[in-house]
Design a protein around this ligand. Structure first.
Ligand code: NAP
Ligand code: MG
Length: 479
């Protein structure tokens, strides 16, 4: 078999030192493609290419950057059905979700095409006579971008697009589970008019490729999205050599349902937030905190809706929940279901491995009633496993919502303006949703969390400039 997915280094396609295989989690008999895997030396050659290209790309005009990014965005949008099919096949989210993600990636490139034309600065009068002060934003240099598998086009897009828009050069390492999506994006970038070395794709493991990027003295900044454990090790290594670092990590997001909420809508938000994209979203609602007065009614409605969800092949029409991304992830989901039962959480439905006409990592969405101390109510599972937690009243619900090491997103369903306003102010999270699912965000505004969920400046929107630029203050004698 020819290697389908290669590295893109210094403007050329390269095969790897070893090979890996990308599988379809909906159908393990379907090989998406063989992919190249780099070692440290090949990764270092990509880093050197990015370092050699940095001055040329930093000197490129805003108009040129606009044209490159706008072309990438247009192609993603024009090919969203085809690329969405690849995404659904490789990652396992449903085809409509995957097409939506591809379109989102296109919109993100378009947004940052515009931002390239609007790089902000300031000119002020000095406190001294005869002096002008200017504040400008310059590229950081070579940025290493390390991405997870769960949004294999959108997350790379929201890192690569601002990196290039603000004049940085890129070494991109996607997760090994989704090399096909990364290759497809790189293939579009390879035809968009960038100088050789401005964008490099290196496929391979976190331990080899990721670590080499993190430890390289030529990499000025690292943007990482993934698990807390890996994020913390990257933070330690990057900080030790004074590289700039941005981390987006896990979540254990609460959705609070108050007694005055429109219950039908609240159930839909909970179902959407907990189970869609197979629960494999950092913004998934995994703790559904329900006020006592409506708890039993809500739990029964949620159990019935959960049981009715259609689990199947990601590319099949009518599928609502695709498979887990990998055997490892399925095993983690099943292990948490067992932990929930062992710890005495009340099982309501689901949590069983399923058989379908094609062999894949299928799991029925699981619902528990848990106590706040249960591990399934505290640890990120990253699968279609949710728990309901009973709250005495609003104050108790807010306290439960904030009782977590994470702080990515928090939601509330209520008809009370006073309670919604209070919740927005007091939820310890980077993002708050009122009468909406916790998952589902806009691309033109900041994305990120607090506590163990994030570190460093926000991603997305014009706030991305904080991470991808460095500020210079210049004084000029004016008279
Ligand atoms: P992960 O295991 O932490 O991996 C993330 C990326 O880091 C992958 O590309 C991985 O490579 C790489 N990596 C692993 N070890 C590394 C090391 N020692 N040095 C450098 N890079 C290394 O996360 P995942 O399993 O892909 O994704 C699931 C996690 O991502 C969840 O915890 C989820 O909450 C989080 N997530 C967060 C957000 C957010 O914005 N907050 C969004 C999506 C996902 P390989 O896997 O290829 O070896
Ligand atoms: Mg992982």
């Amino acid at each position: 078999m020819a290697v389908a997915f290669k590295h893109y280094i210094n403007g050329r396609w390269e095969t790897g030192v070893t090979l890996g295989v990308s599988e379809n989690p909906s159908d393990l008999a379907d090989v998406v493609g063989e992919f190249a895997r780099a070692d440290a030396a090949q990764t270092e050659s990509a880093i050197r290419a990015a370092a050699d290209a940095r001055d040329a790309w930093a000197a490129s005009t805003p108009q040129r950057r606009f044209e490159v990014l706008d072309a990438v965005g247009s192609e993603l949008l024009a090919r969203k059905d085809e690329l969405g099919t690849l995404l659904a096949r490789e990652e396992g989210k449903t085809l409509p979700e995957a097409i939506g993600e591809t379109a989102r990636a296109g919109q993100i490139f378009k947004f940052f095409a515009g931002e390239a034309l609007r790089i902000p600065g300031q000119k002020l009068a000095s406190v001294r006579p005869g002096v002008d002060v200017e504040i400008t934003r310059e590229p950081v240099g070579v940025v290493g971008l390390i991405a997870p598998w769960n949004f294999p086009l959108a997350i790379p897009a929201w890192k690569i697009a601002p990196a290039l828009a603000y004049g940085n050069t890129v070494v991109f390492k996607p997760a090994e589970l989704v090399p096909g999506c990364a290759w497809a994006l790189a293939e579009i970038l390879s035809r968009a008019g960038l100088p050789a070395g401005a964008f490099n794709l290196v496929l391979g493991s976190g331990r080899r490729v990721g670590q080499t990027i993190v430890e390289s003295p030529l990499v000025d900044a690292i943007s990482f999205t993934g698990s807390v454990g890996v994020g913390e090790s990257i933070l330690a290594a990057a900080t030790a050599r004074r590289a700039k670092v941005q981390l987006e990590m896990g979540g254990k997001n609460p959705l609070v349902v108050l007694a005055d909420a429109q219950l039908d809508r609240a159930v839909e938000h909970a179902i959407q937030g907990a189970y869609y994209s197979t629960g494999q979203r950092c913004t998934a609602s995994s703790r559904i905190i329900v006020e006592s007065a409506v708890f039993d009614r809500f739990a029964e409605a949620m159990r019935q809706r959960t049981r009715a969800l259609v689990v199947g092949h990601a590319l099949e029409r009518g599928t609502q929940i695709g498979p887990a991304v990998s055997r490892e992830q399925l095993e983690q989901d099943l292990a948490y279901v067992a932990i929930g039962r062992d710890e005495g959480a009340e099982w309501l439905c689901g949590g069983e491995a399923l058989e379908r006409p094609t062999r894949g990592h299928y799991l029925s969405p699981a619902l528990f009633i848990a106590q706040p101390r249960h591990r399934i109510a505290r640890e990120e599972i990253f699968g279609p496993v949710a728990c309901l937690i009973r709250a005495d009243d609003y104050d108790h619900a807010l306290a439960l919502a904030n009782d977590t090491p994470f702080g990515l997103c928090a939601g509330v369903c209520t008809e009370s303006l006073a309670k919604a306003t209070h919740f927005k102010r007091h939820a310890q999270a980077g993002m708050v949703m009122v009468n909406l699912p916790t998952a589902g965000v806009d691309p033109h505004v900041p994305f990120g969390g607090r506590k163990a969920s994030s570190h460093g400046p926000r991603e997305q929107g014009s706030y991305a400039a904080e991470f991808y630029t460095t500020v210079k203050t210049a004084y000029t004698a004016s008279g």
